[in-house]
Design a protein around this ligand. Structure first.
Ligand code: FAD
Length: 630
């Protein structure tokens, strides 16, 4: 049947990770009737898997830390391509958002004098990650959910219904946004269990759908990360920026094959773990790029001293930003100095006493014991790069999270949005990003609703079309198998648009993506609408495909290497390219278009936070002359 359940809301938040929950709390606090939708079970999002912590310059462990230092680290990590305003807001507001979580009931690990403890992480000058062992994301989600429940209890006391102002729809996938002219009018989707359709009539949608990792075979991402939010944004007239920048986390498990890609937290290195090749050499000392040379130790002795005396020593190169470490591991393996399973060795067993390892890295200890039969208190782990995070995403207004492009009423926050992290995200900066920009998106979506006179309405014909598109794979028989298509897509992306890229391969990738597009148009799913994962994947494929096309197109266009985009044929960073954002849009016929747009220019007082000699590594002569003139 094409029965469609209807719901009316002021704000619909798609995604129940940190960004979505924080946005929903804010919308509800602004008095808006708010729905939260999640594709998986409520509570199961990437946010829950985050291990290391949330970066915020609270200065609890080193009082030299402040927002300006955090801002600088974030811009350096992103190789100065970040939207400076987002990096500024993030650095300034992250501490407040962490302290606020405590008022919601979060219990962070403590320093000896009772402050929120902060740990070291790659690219962060001072210990900065607020954490709960290596299960920080779990605490973050637990706390946000608890806050939502407490708001629902308040609503119950007032209205007699827990769900009168905030309601969670779990295991519900949104497949299409509805527009009225250029304005958001609703969201269409299905319950995964029953396959029945629902329509949310709403003037404001906050996208908080997370990443795109499932387009790669070796990934730390779980099944639901198929770039849905990115694709929903594109199809509704919004734009994506810098989709060429993907973060390959340097340390994923490489063995056994069934778990290849699962994340090994950077905390292992933050807490003293070192990387060695098959010769036993700490090879990262050979891979410190010029731009970072001043900040990193040149000898093992200095690096080791840093763990206990960070003020008088420089950090070990194992703690370089992730893109640098991932490329170094890739090179060692290619040069024949890899581990038996094709990674390198990550060793914490010779660096910390067993009981410390178990206390500080309980999940890692458990993960390796259970999955690989490796005791990390006694032996090294084998690790290699894994597709982890997408820096690119929905192009948004930095202050409000409103999507750019032609659409109104669409907001985005968290991993699905772009700009904040430039060409490479620092570890720990995502959890704080979710809170800072989740709150802002919720607030501004609510404010947008207040400006409306007559509310936009979804058109019947659009709703019928969305239902027809959703049912098409079931109606077809003998078409392409969705699982085969996903494997083929993953092969194209992994082999041709992976960690090291070349023009010829990218051109080839684009050709193959066109072929896949035709095949995906003919995808069919066996069985009916009752809990049917093959059907669900069939619907996700078109999202994966359009997002992958943006990535491949932008990767071919950007003729330089920067952060999460490495071109073997253009191995250096180009000051000219630093000034360019690549913006992806979709036309009526479903064709992807790419456009160059200037990167917004940093305000003078922010530029002044950097040494001229450092700026000279990133900027063109013309820009430097402008800076000098000010
Ligand atoms: P997510 O938490 O990814 O949630 C997305 C939500 O959207 C989910 O609820 C999903 O079901 C829903 N959704 C998606 N598509 C649809 C759809 N079509 N319809 C309805 N719902 C949909 N970052 C750090 O800062 N520190 C860390 O220590 C850290 N560790 C990590 C460890 C792992 C293993 C992974 C995978 C990531 C880690 N990250 C870390 C990154 C960080 O966890 C993520 O970037 C972040 O959690 C993303 O949050 P989000 O709110 O944007 O989305």
């Amino acid at each position: 049947s094409t029965k469609i359940e209807r719901h009316l809301y002021d704000v619909v938040v798609i995604g129940a990770g940190g960004a979505g929950l924080r946005a929903a709390i804010e919308a509800r606090l602004a008095g808006k009737r708010t729905a939260i939708i999640s594709k998986s079970l409520f509570g199961k999002a990437h946010t829950v898997m985050a291990e290391g912590g949330a970066a915020a310059a609270m200065g609890n462990v080193n009082s030299n830390d402040n927002w300006m230092v955090h801002f600088r680290d974030t811009m350096r990590g992103g190789k100065f391509l970040n939207n400076f305003r987002m990096a500024e807001l993030h650095a300034k507001e992250a501490p407040e958002r962490i302290w606020e979580l405590e008022t919601y009931g979060a219990l962070f690990d403590r320093t000896k004098d009772g402050k929120i403890s902060q740990r070291n992480f790659g690219g962060h000058e001072y210990p900065r990650l607020a954490h709960v062992g290596d299960r920080t994301g779990l605490e973050l989600i637990r706390t946000l959910q608890q806050k939502i429940v407490s708001l629902q209890q308040e609503d119950f006391a007032e209205t007699g219904s827990y769900e009168s102002r905030i309601r969670v729809f779990q295991e519900t996938t949104i497949t299409e946004l509805m527009l009225d002219g250029d304005r958001v009018a609703g969201a269409f989707g299905y319950y995964r269990e029953s396959g029945e359709f629902l329509l949310f009539e709403t003037p404001a949608v906050v996208l908080a759908t997370g990443g795109v990792g499932r387009s790669y075979k070796v990934t730390s991402n779980s099944w639901e990360y198929t770039g849905d939010g990115h694709a929903l944004a594109l199809r509704s007239g919004a734009t994506l920026i810098n989709m060429e920048f993907l973060q390959f986390h340097p340390t994923g498990m490489v063995w056994p094959p069934s778990v290849k890609g699962i994340l090994v937290t950077e905390s292992v290195r933050g807490d003293g773990g070192v990387l060695r090749n098959s010769d036993g050499k700490r090879f990262m000392f050979d891979y410190v790029p010029d731009v970072f040379r001043k900040q990193y130790a040149e000898t093992e002795e200095e690096g080791d001293r840093w763990y206990t005396d960070p003020d008088n020593n420089r950090r070990p190169p194992e703690l370089l930003p992730r893109d640098e470490v991932a490329r170094a591991i890739n090179s060692e393996v290619k040069a024949g100095r890899g581990s038996p399973a094709g990674g390198v060795f990550l060793d914490v067993s010779t660096r910390l006493p067993a009981e410390q390892i178990i206390k500080r890295l309980p999940s890692m200890h458990h993960q390796f014991k259970e999955l690989a039969d490796v005791d990390i208190t006694k032996e090294p782990m084998e690790v290699g790069p894994t597709c982890h995070y997408v820096m690119g995403g929905v192009e948004v207004d930095p202050d409000t999270g409103a999507a750019f492009g032609t659409v109104q009423g669409l907001f985005a926050a968290g991993e699905v949005s772009g700009g904040m992290h430039g060409s490479n995200r620092l570890g720990g900066n995502s959890l704080s990003d979710l809170l800072v920009f989740g709150k802002r998106a919720g607030e501004h979506a609510s404010a947008y609703v207040d400006t409306l006179g007559v509310r936009p309405k979804p058109a019947k014909i659009d709703v019928a079309a969305a239902a027809e598109v959703a049912l098409a794979p079931l109606a077809r028989s003998g078409g392409e198998n969705p699982y085969t298509l996903q494997q083929d897509l993953q092969a194209v992306m992994g082999d041709l648009v992976g960690i090291i890229r070349r023009a010829g391969e990218l051109t080839d990738a684009l050709k193959r993506l066109q072929e896949l597009k035709a095949r995906v148009a003919n995808v069919s799913a066996d069985g009916g609408r009752l809990y049917n994962p093959g059907w669900h994947l069939a619907l996700d494929l078109r999202n994966m495909l359009v997002v992958s096309e943006c990535t491949a197109k932008a990767a071919l266009e950007r003729e330089e290497s920067r952060g999460g985009h490495t071109r073997e044929d253009f191995p250096v960073m180009s000051p000219e390219w630093r000034r360019v954002n690549l913006v992806c849009s979709l036309d009526e016929a479903g064709e992807v278009h790419l456009e160059r747009k200037p990167v917004p220019r940093m305000r003078t007082e922010l530029i002044d936070l950097f040494d001229r000699s450092e700026l000279a590594k990133y900027m063109t002569d013309e820009e430097l002359a402008e800076v000098e003139a000010e």
